[in-house]
Design a protein around this ligand. Structure first.
Ligand SMILES: Cc1cc2nc3c(=O)[nH]c(=O)nc-3n(C[C@H](O)[C@H](O)[C@H](O)COP(=O)(O)O)c2cc1C
Length: 367
């Protein structure tokens, strides 16, 4: 079985990965609720998964303004850096590699998470989503449009978080640019109604993304900067529209020129039938974008061992990211190696608050 493509080494920027199995970013809400510092159980959880060729951390808030999901961690203070250092040290002790996912939630945050302040975004459009507050899930509210100065501050906040990530021992960073968060709020026609240089034509709506990427690259280097970007079809203001695919094509093609560490491309999480993204269903996403992006492509969503091996052998992906399988199978790499069955996720504890359903999933055999 050792000839499985997933189990072969890979050079990512200047990192030597032991295999091509990537742990996808997974928010698990185990950080300190008040100061947003990573907890000891988080170090244990990530260490258990260090046999992945690469771990992408859960999304981490770059700044107090970027914070917008209860019990998640930050990367803007020295305490955050010290907390994350414990995580990265434990992963490195076991020979693993880990990068930090940089997150600004924008309009997905909620006044309850911001001492009453309204969240910031491109425009004042309520994205029609759910905010996760300490008191539970609440409907999102209409955000306040960012001033040009606030945009520039936010760009610098990304750079500071990237610098902090390296100081905390991360092997690199990934800018989270898809899903429902701030960068996606700028890129999406429905949530960006600006009339300045950051709104209107798709090149303008992508301007914020490129300013963020450039400031992060300037700070930590292109080889240590990756991106997560892909067109999506979600609810509310994030239903795919006629501009969803063109702006993703524009951005992904242009990103090739930055020679980044990687592009993490998600396949469809929802049903694309009848939407402008229909042809991207299944492997269609990777077939469409592979020729548009020069560089390491990480394929994700509903992967299993056979599909992962097939995507690598066919050249559609270089690495394959697994999210849900890593929740309940800390030793996913070993299980794929020996063909052991996978354990199921207990969904009642995915967003719980302690080790139960987090760092207590058993290994298939002692390591
Ligand atoms: C519990 C949970 C938390 C997630 N948190 C994040 C996150 O913090 N950042 C992110 O980019 N994606 C996040 N995702 C998406 C996953 O990274 C991944 O794209 C998705 O689960 C599909 O991959 P899979 O089919 O292998 O699970 C999350 C998914 C789940 C199930």
């Amino acid at each position: 079985m050792s000839e499985q493509p997933l189990l072969t080494p890979y050079r990512l920027g200047d990192l030597e990965l032991a295999n091509r199995i990537v742990m996808a970013p997974l928010t698990r809400m185990r950080a300190h609720p008040v100061d947003h510092v990573p907890t000891a159980v988080m170090a244990e959880y990530y260490a258990q998964r260090a046999t992945a060729g690469l771990i992408i951390s859960e999304a981490i808030a770059i700044s107090p303004d970027g914070f917008g999901w209860a019990d998640t961690a930050g990367l803007w203070s020295p305490e955050h850096v010290r907390g994350w250092r414990q995580v990265t040290d434990e992963v490195h002790k076991r020979g693993g590699k880990i990068i930090a996912q940089l997150w600004h939630t924008g309009a997905i945050s909620h006044p309850e998470l911001r001492d009453g302040a309204v969240p910031l975004s491109a425009s004042d459009v309520d994205p029609g989503q759910v905010s996760v507050t300490r008191e539970g899930r609440k409907p999102t509210v209409a955000p306040r449009p960012m001033t040009t100065e606030e945009i520039q501050t936010t760009v610098r906040d990304y750079a500071r978080a990237a610098r902090n990530a390296i100081e905390a021992g991360f092997d690199g960073v990934q800018v989270l640019a898809n899903y429902l968060y701030l960068i996606a709020q700028f890129m999406n026609l429905s949530t960006n109604r600006r009339t300045d240089a950051y709104g209107g034509a798709l090149e303008n709506r992508a301007r914020f993304l490129f300013e963020v990427v450039e400031s992060v690259v300037e700070t930590v280097g292109n080889k240590r900067t990756g991106i997560k970007l892909s067109p999506m079809h979600e609810g509310g203001a994030f239903a795919a529209n006629e501009e969803t695919l063109p702006i993703a094509e524009y951005a992904i093609q242009k990103l090739s020129g930055y020679h980044l560490s990687h592009l993490l491309l998600m396949g469809n999480m929802t049903d694309f039938t009848g939407t402008p993204l229909q042809k991207l269903t299944g492997d269609g996403m990777f077939e469409h974008f592979r020729p548009l992006y020069e560089g390491t492509l990480i394929a994700n969503v509903m992967m299993d061992r056979d599909r992962g091996n097939r995507l690598i052998s066919s050249g559609l992906a270089d690495l394959v990211a697994f999210g849900r399988p890593f929740i309940s199978n800390p030793d996913l790499v070993e299980r794929y190696k020996i063909g052991a069955p996978l354990a199921d996720v207990d969904w009642t504890t995915v967003y719980a608050s302690d080790a139960t359903g987090y760092s207590d999933y058993p290994m298939s055999q002692p390591i």
